[in-house]
Write a protein that binds this ligand. Structure first.
Ligand SMILES: N[C@@H](CCC[C@H](N)C(=O)O)C(=O)O
Length: 276
């Protein structure tokens, strides 16, 4: 049997397994089976802890979407895994390694966990987009929304700025936007309503996962894109369906994100039962 921990950040939920001993036999298909909300345990991302493979980090975090694709970044899982590692090490700060790089994290005095998600990539090749263009204004229309901005937080993000989120059926627009021909690696799609220069409401359609209650890297990308469009300053509170994240795009280029993390329950499963 494989022990797991069900964690979440603002309801963006994860099944976390510890494969630091390399015994679990994780494959993309098995990760997808475990993430399935009907036949598996159910989660937005299946997270695998591995040995960091070198100095400078406490753990390596591998991220699978429910469709079996591997993601380069996951902000909320970074904060959850940082919490786990801080408990394990008895420290108040750790470094989580991902395919994107090393992400320093710390526990804040109010008990929330912050992650330094590194600098965004702003060039069209790095998002990636299908051809050369200004990443602050993409020639992209999906239903009633148009003219989004894009950037990468290691994973690709597109942000549509909308007038009233409550009057937009954004879940109906997500699939077409995620698979738009301008997006060769697909993308996470944000629908953002700027309330004030330091306050954004955000809903996210996640690549490989669909609508989620929150997306940490999506919140980072939204602040970056909103600031580049002149809509906000470099700090904002971002309200998502599952709760609030605090964001700062520092002058050194790094994006800092803070918010709550929680463990919902723990349990055990085996791959054969999931596949049945
Ligand atoms: N929930 C995440 C993002 C997870 C990965 C994403 N679906 C992708 O494919 O890039 C977050 O909190 O950032």
């Amino acid at each position: 049997m494989i022990p797991f921990r069900k964690m979440h950040g603002l309801g963006n939920d994860f099944v976390v397994v510890d494969d630091r001993q390399k015994t679990l036999g994780v494959t993309p298909a098995r990760a997808a089976a475990a993430a399935d909300r009907h036949r598996g345990i159910g989660c937005d991302q299946f997270i695998v802890l591995e040995q960091p493979g070198g100095e400078g980090a406490d753990v390596f975090m591998r991220i699978y979407n429910p469709d079996g694709s591997e993601a380069e970044a996951c902000g909320n899982a970074t904060r959850c895994i940082a919490h786990l590692m801080m408990e394990e090490a008895g420290r108040e700060s750790v470094v989580v390694r991902t395919v994107r790089g090393d992400l320093p994290c710390q526990r804040l005095p109010d008990g929330t966990v912050s992650a330094d998600m590194g600098p965004p990539s702003l060039e069209w090749q790095d998002v990636p987009l299908a051809s050369a263009m200004d990443t602050t204004h993409l020639p992209m229309t999906v239903g009633a929304v148009a003219d989004p901005a894009a950037c990468s937080m290691g994973n690709p993000h597109v942000t549509f700025f909308v007038g009233d989120l409550d009057r937009l059926d954004w879940q109906a627009l997500g699939p077409e936007a995620e698979h738009h021909p301008l997006l060769p690696a697909r993308a996470n799609i944000g629908f953002a309503q700027v309330i004030d220069t330091d306050h954004i409401r955000l809903a996210i359609w996640e690549r490989g996962a669909g609508p989620t209650l929150a997306c940490g890297s999506g919140a980072c990308a939204t602040l970056v894109n909103a600031h580049r469009r002149g809509l906000t300053g470099r700090r904002a509170r971002i309200d998502l369906p599952g709760g609030t994240l605090t964001l700062e795009w520092r002058l050194d280029g790094h994006v800092l994100m803070a918010g709550p993390v929680a463990t919902a329950f723990t349990g055990e499963f085996d791959w054969d039962a999931l596949a049945a």
